[in-house]
Design a protein around this ligand. Structure first.
Ligand code: GLP
Length: 277
């Protein structure tokens, strides 16, 4: 696991966007780099991104939109999978995660129609939808780079504390803490759905590169638990410690509770430029 401590949230967004850009520019059939092949799926397939919602990746999405608009970064050959989705929101609800990703990112890029897929929170047969979602990720060759935020209770996607570290896509019930955290996106706290469909921790672990973004003092304690605490289902994000290629990008405030902060800084400062994240 590489922990990168940066001066501010803008630097976190730029470095995350650099990692996405590097993947996207490697393009189709560029061959293996790092921990696995890009777009190992069907012939002609390109890079596969894993997209997160919540506020943590928003600045990264803004930076990717800017690079597309002003620097010609093309996403025409990219496919993407969402981490999770609320169950039971009306099809036109602006807080459906599919709608959020469309608004914040997809609508501004040159993605092909159907390139972005998320779990269907309105599916009549939820277990069948979850199995189909797992199969779709697999058919695409797996996720090359998965962006992640961290919930204040340590959740990844919507894998609440107690989630199996090997879980696959399934329905989950949100904790009161998460519903309260997410109430800011809804007119009334009661409107926050109780149920969600989320990629499991086992699903997330299959992505070849995990990039966790956390900024602000409110994330400091849970980041320290996830990065330096024990691996436990009580802190789902601690599962990152089991993955061979993880980048944890933090601003100073989110890094404040880390005991090995100076070591992480030394490692990053001395890193060869060719290595990337
Ligand atoms: C939601 C999302 C998570 C996200 C978390 C943190 O619950 N399902 O994917 O990581 O919120 O949100 P934020 O980035 O707003 O702190």
């Amino acid at each position: 696991m590489e922990v990168v401590i940066l001066p501010d949230p803008e630097s976190v967004a730029r470095l995350a966007a650099d990692a996405v850009e590097r993947l996207v520019r490697r393009g189709v059939g560029a061959g293996p780099e790092g921990s696995g092949p890009v777009g190992a799926g069907p012939v002609g397939a390109g890079p596969v991104l894993g997209l997160a919602t919540g506020s943590s990746p928003l600045a990264t999405y803004a930076e990717l939109r800017r690079r597309h608009r002003t620097e010609g970064l093309s996403f025409a050959h990219v496919r993407a999978f969402l981490l999770d989705e609320y169950v039971g929101l009306p099809a036109d609800h602006p807080q459906r995660y599919a709608a959020v990703i469309e608004r914040e990112l997809a609508a501004h890029l040159d993605l092909s129609p159907g390139a972005v897929r998320g779990p269907d929170g309105a599916a009549a047969d939820v277990p069948a939808e979850c199995a189909a979602y797992e199969a779709a990720i697999e058919e695409a060759g797996g996720v090359d780079l998965q962006l992640l935020g961290i919930g204040s209770d340590g959740h990844l996607g919507f894998n609440e504390p107690g989630s199996s570290l090997s879980s696959l896509t399934r329905i989950k019930t949100l904790t009161a803490v998460t519903r309260a955290d997410n109430a800011r996106f809804f007119a009334h706290a009661d409107e926050v759905p109780r149920h969600v469909i989320t990629q499991g921790l086992g699903t997330i672990r299959r992505a070849r590169h995990l990039v966790l973004l956390a900024t602000g003092a409110s994330k400091a304690a849970i980041v320290a638990d996830a990065v330096e605490g024990p691996v436990t289902a009580s802190c789902p994000a601690s599962v990152l410690q089991l993955h061979p290629h993880v980048s944890v990008l933090l601003d100073e405030a989110a890094a404040a509770d880390l005991t090995r902060a100076n070591y992480y800084r030394e490692v990053y400062t001395g890193k060869p430029a060719w290595q990337g994240l």
